[in-house]
Structures are given as C-alpha cells and as structure tokens.
Design a protein around this ligand. Structure first.
Ligand SMILES: [Zn+2]
Length: 216
C-alpha cells in the first residue's frame, strides 16, 4: 500500500493492491494513477535488448550509398559526423554525434543495467540513480529527427546522383519504432518498488486504509 498524489488534481490517496492487468483511478478526477502490468519489466527488457542490437546495426552498417560519375561512397552515422568535423562544422558534428549516437546509446545501456539489476530485488541504490540518468538522456535521443533529416538529404541528393538506402537506414527506422515502444511498456513504479530504500527501512504497509479505486 503506498500513498500517491494525483498528478492532475493533487488529491492524496492510498493505492490499493492491484491485480495483474488492473488499473487504479483517482476517485475525484478519474485520472489513471497506476497500472499493474501482467509482465512487469520483462517486455521492456526484451524491447531494450532488441533496441540494443538494432542500434549496433544502425551504427555499423552503411546509412546510404552514393554513386556519381563512376565513383561510389557510403557512410555510417558516426562517419557522417566525422566528415562534418573535418569540414569545419564542429558544432553540428558534436550535436549529431550526441543526439544520434551518445544519448541513445547511454539510454539503452542505463535501461539495460536498471532492468537487469531489478530482476533480483531488493535492487541496490545506484539503480535509482541510473534510472534518473536514463530519463535525462531520453529527450536527447532523436532518432526520428535524424531519420527525417537523412530522408530529406536523400531526396535532395537523388537529383544529382544515384542514392540507395543502406541497412543502417532501415535499422534507424526500426529504432524510431522501438524507442517509443520501450518507453510505453516501461513502468518506473515497478523499478522503484524493487529498489532498496535510502535509509535502509522496509516500505511501510497500512492495509486498513483505502483510497484510489481499483478496476480493470
Ligand atoms: Zn485526480
């Protein structure tokens, strides 16, 4: 039993024990306060592992190939960022490298560490810290923005040279779907429930009190 404040109307209430697949709604405004997933964290772990594999493919396979006047060239994401750096666009190169490689890679790594660590509760304190870092990396992973940029560039270049999309491009497309999917299936509450308390106390339980309405 835990006490929560409704994020919409601020009403303080106690969450009842929820059955798998159950939801708790705020009795005042009807906002969904908590959901009890049928497979807590497993689906997110599977999606994160898939995202990790696809991310490696996206960064090692060529993004696109270009052939013009008998010459052929292909590049990866980080290769593109390196070329920008060499051509004097250092700021853009750093932004591309951060938003397309460093931020998504850190997000995947931190999420994997968190999801593996909470499999055997109580999880150590650093899991909470990692979860916060993963959250701060989330808005910076902009695969969809990058994909849009590449597609625009592709269409522009296609007028001048023969361009073909590489495996890396399809992998980036896969990441655009995988990232929101893992964010939707992830329930941070399930992680916090399994993390050891900072003061070493066990979570207090008050089975007598009730509050939010449980339902399905
Ligand atoms: Zn409410």
């Amino acid at each position: 039993m835990e006490t929560v404040a409704c994020p919409d109307c601020d009403l303080l209430q106690r969450l009842p024990e929820l059955p798998p697949g159950g939801k708790a709604r705020c009795p005042r405004c009807g906002n969904t306060l908590a959901t009890q997933p049928t497979d807590p964290l497993d689906r997110t772990l599977a999606l994160t592992l898939t995202a990790a594999i696809v991310f490696i493919v996206a960064n090692t396979a060529p993004l696109m190939g270009l052939s013009a006047v008998g010459r052929y060239a292909s590049t990866t994401i980080i290769g593109g960022a390196y070329q920008m750096w060499v051509q004097g666009q250092e700021v853009t190169a750093v932004i591309v490298a951060f938003c397309a490689v460093i931020a998504p890679a850190s997000y995947i790594l931190f999420m994997l560490a968190v999801l593996f660590a909470v499999r055997r509760p109580p999880a150590p304190q650093w899991v909470g810290e990692m979860l916060r870092t993963a959250h701060s990396m989330q808005p910076w992973s902009m695969n969809e923005v990058m994909l849009l940029g590449i597609l625009v560039a592709l269409i522009k270049i296609a007028e001048l040279a023969t361009v073909d999309a590489g495996v890396g491009m399809y992998a980036v497309g896969g990441l655009v779907v995988l990232f929101p999917a893992l964010m939707i299936t992830f329930h941070p509450r399930e992680v916090w429930k399994r993390v050891k308390w900072a003061d070493g106390e066990a979570p207090p339980s008050r089975p007598d009190a009730t509050g939010a309405e449980a339902g399905r």
